[in-house]
Design a protein around this ligand. Structure first.
Ligand SMILES: [Zn+2]
Length: 352
């Protein structure tokens, strides 16, 4: 059963200004595929880490590496905005001063256009003007294994043009010796991205951003390669559990066999543990009939999104149809929903 179009009724049919309490949670496994550095401050800072309980049952205290919430969505927003820019779907806002030039919607420049997909989904706040609360709820993500197992420290020195540590002009020895902590390749992080009151088109846009983002953390042109995998997707009428709770429950599942889990963990073991942990945690969530799309369903969703995004013209049509809903707040007839569903079903068939 195609997991997206078949469950589309669990989402909003059209964008509304007032919240309705419809949630869809993307349960993600982020795996580093190269060395990576996640820190809150600039260069020279250590990796972000926190002391927490290892599991819900296992009460040992461990230190875990943290990817802060902002660092995750910022990457995905930029991925999405590149696409919007390509298709001419970022707008300029009328400037307040008469002689000022209208500037295109940009991040962190206090000139949100208030009508593009990014502004409407991830939110914006304009000083003295309008605001849209983000409908993508996130939280810090924790490494599944303790920091000691998944981090290393590298020292090195920067060489000159002549491949030595001596300055070819002055003959002085290089001072550029550095020591950098890093997260090892094949480290798993768990993250739940919760989308609140989104339409099917908006869900497709966010999924595209998540699945197409590959670089996280510092110095991302040379490291920080991450693969995002959709492990489960849950429809509900409230938020589920926290990233930390999920991470702890998965830790307990991995330890159920008796042995301490070791780095690097096989993906299959992580995915299976996530599925069991979600099943164990869901009964504690006070929600009317949450619906879970399992790992196999998520594979199909990933393939569908892949098909959808492979065709540039189709992506453009999709994005325009999603955006149409903002102009006709609440009116379902001209909300672009029919067009989004048509494109989605087409991609679902191709992905089968
Ligand atoms: Zn905008």
């Amino acid at each position: 059963m195609p997991a997206l179009s078949a469950l589309e009724e669990r989402l909003l049919p059209a964008y509304r200004n007032f919240p309705r309490g419809r949630f869809v949670s993307l349960i993600l496994v982020r795996k580093t595929e190269s060395e990576a550095v996640f820190r809150t401050e600039g260069a020279g800072e250590d990796l972000s880490r926190e002391f927490v309980r290892a599991g819900l049952e296992d009460q040992a205290v461990v230190q875990r590496v943290v990817i802060t919430k902002r660092k995750q969505t910022a990457v995905e927003r930029r991925t999405g905005r590149e696409l919007l820019r390509t298709h001419g779907l970022l707008y300029a806002k009328e400037p307040k001063a008469k002689d000022a030039k209208a500037e295109e919607c940009a991040l962190n420049r206090n000139n949100a256009c208030e009508r593009c997909l990014d502004c409407m989904i991830y939110g914006y706040a304009v000083g003295g003007g309008g605001a849209q609360k983000s409908r993508v709820l996130t939280d810090d993500a924790f490494s599944l294994l303790p920091a000691g197992a998944v981090t290393g420290r590298r020292t090195g020195n920067a060489l000159y043009d002549n491949s030595t540590m001596r300055d070819p002009v002055s003959g002085d020895a290089s001072q550029a010796i550095y020591e950098d902590p890093y997260v090892r390749p094949e480290t798993h992080f768990l993250e739940i991205e919760t989308l609140k009151d989104v339409t099917i088109g908006e869900l497709l846009y966010v999924l595209g951003n998540v699945l197409r983002s590959t670089r996280y953390g510092a110095v991302s042109s040379r490291q920080g390669r991450v693969r995002n995998r959709l492990a489960a997707l849950v429809y509900s009428d409230c938020e589920l559990f926290s990233n930390l709770e999920l991470t702890q429950a998965v830790h307990d599942q991995l330890r159920a066999g008796g042995a301490e889990p070791e780095h690097p963990l096989p993906d299959d073991a992580v995915l299976a543990a996530v599925a069991s942990a979600v099943a164990a945690l869901l009964p504690r969530v006070v929600s009317a009939a949450p619906t879970v799309v399992d790992a196999a369903g998520c594979e199909a969703i990933t393939a569908t999104v892949g098909c959808l995004y492979r065709d540039g013209a189709r992506v453009g049509a999709l994005l325009r149809a999603v955006e149409q809903a903002y102009a006709v707040n609440g009116s379902e007839a001209s909300s672009g929903r029919a067009e989004v569903l048509r494109l989605l079903r087409q991609a679902e068939q191709e992905a089968e």
